[in-house]
Design a protein around this ligand. Structure first.
Ligand code: HAM
Length: 417
């Protein structure tokens, strides 16, 4: 027996139903907010991610699925969408066509992480990116969209953590003051944090190591390092969230794991999840266009992990009830009538009905059992008598009541009225 690869998962029909519930609600809500769908390739040139996400990040350093193809090109399975989407926006001059681009996406992503509950090597994200606006209104709208998406599937208990990383000069100064501060504790820091000291000191702030946490408690606070522009941007975002009635908690230690962020950053967390309690995150990334060789453009967005969203729905008992496989099940009284049964099935399906019938030569009794199992509300047996009289008797499976219809009325779905 060949098994799926560790950290990947087969999504079987029963579960796929839950996935569709999330996808369909997310799609509808995105469209209500004026977001259009974008689909990009699942693999890209490696530099899209190494340059876009940043060489000092765990995603680029440790987690990418990178390989050399037969032409000697370095290719990477996308670990996230933002860099790939910006690559595509530059490639197709999307902002020239329309200076504001609001885009959503859904699809598989790949990170070589140690698999555990809620952490996969192939996982799925829904995301939305608003390209072209530097205004805090777009940060607030993106958060309102995230809140509306969660509401559309019944998730109302979540924690939204927000922070600001400020503009480029704030971040550069803050970075320097962090390096200076942590240098005093170099020997006490965990090995991971020590290795981050030069490359990515902001990441030390979200270390889970108890000793690091103690040291971080004394570290300079980014909110004290903001200049007027950065403070003003953050204040406006918070004010709009207050006006929208979206609750949040300001968390000065929230830095996120990808290098492209500036100003607003945020994460959605749920107590229903275990160690991997963050089911979505994002922020502003005004520098990413130029990192990828494009003309400077401001942007903000987020992504949510679908596996984790489904875990929240399951823990909170909010998964939707499955729908019946069929509306009506047609039973062939004998195999000689199966062509007629199929013909009627096709006609009803064309009218939009879900129609079941047997393909394995089952007895009439077994076919009725199947009809029951399928959850169909109606069943009808087709045999010589029905064909001769051109009348079909439809059984209501809930009440047991039988009603006859002419074949034409049957095909016109009169039994449904
Ligand atoms: P991220 O925080 O790396 O951000 O991922 C977003 C979400 O994807 C996480 O909150 C989590 O739910 C899910 N996720 C990430 N890695 C895994 C994994 N190994 N297994 C299961 N789920 C996972 C980004 O990817 C950014 N591109 C978000 C963004 C969009 N920022 C701006 N625009």
């Amino acid at each position: 027996m060949i098994q799926e690869i560790r950290g990947t998962k087969d999504i079987l029909p029963e579960e796929a139903f839950y996935w569709r519930f999330v996808e369909e609600n997310f799609k509808k809500t995105s469209e209500n907010f004026g977001y259009g769908e974008i689909r990009t390739p699942i693999f890209e040139r490696t530099e899209v991610f190494s340059g876009g996400i940043g060489e000092g990040t765990d995603v680029v350093n440790k987690e990418m699925y990178t390989f050399t193809d037969r032409s000697g090109n370095s290719i990477t399975l996308r670990p996230e969408m933002t860099a790939a989407l910006v690559r595509s926006a530059i490639r197709h001059s999307l902002l020239k066509q329309n200076p504001l681009q609001k885009l959503w996406y859904f699809g598989p992503f790949f990170r070589y992480e140690r698999p555990q509950a809620g952490r996969m090597r192939q996982f799925h994200q829904y995301g939305a990116e608003c390209l072209g606006s530097a205004n805090p209104e777009s940060d607030a709208e993106i958060l309102a969209l995230a809140d509306a998406l969660l509401d559309s599937i019944g998730i109302d208990k979540y924690k939204l953590l927000i922070n600001t990383l400020g503009n480029d000069s704030v971040r550069a100064n803050y970075r320097d003051s962090l390096v200076e501060f942590f240098k005093n504790y170099e020997t006490e820091l965990s090995e991971d944090s020590r290795s981050r000291l030069e490359k990515n000191p902001l990441r030390i702030l979200d270390s889970k190591n108890p000793k690091d946490i103690e040291i971080v408690g004394k570290a300079p606070n980014i909110l004290d390092a903001l200049d007027d522009e950065s403070r003003d941007h953050f204040e406006k975002v918070k004010k709009m969230l207050d006006e929208f009635g979206i609750a949040y908690e300001v968390s000065p230690l929230l830095v996120r794991g990808l290098d492209y962020y500036c100003h607003t950053v945020f994460e959605f967390r749920s107590e229903a999840l275990g160690a991997q309690d963050s089911f979505g995150g994002g922020g502003r990334y005004d520098g990413l266009f130029s990192r990828l060789g494009g003309k400077d453009a401001p942007a903000v967005g987020f992504a949510m992990g679908i596996e984790r969203i489904l875990m929240v729905l399951e823990k909170e008992n909010k998964l939707p009830e499955s729908k019946p496989e069929a509306d009506i099940y047609l039973v062939a009284v004998d195999s000689e009538f199966s062509a007629k049964v199929h013909d009627l099935c096709f006609k009803l399906r064309k009218k939009g009905l879900k129609v079941g019938c047997d393909l394995t030569g089952k007895s009439v009794k077994a076919q009725f059992r199947e009809a029951n199992k399928s959850g169909a509300k109606y069943a009808a047996a087709i045999g010589g008598q029905e064909i001769e009289s051109r009348e079909i008797s439809v059984k209501n499976m809930n009440t047991g009541e039988q009603t006859s219809f002419s074949i034409n009325d049957f095909i016109d779905l009169k039994f449904m009225r």
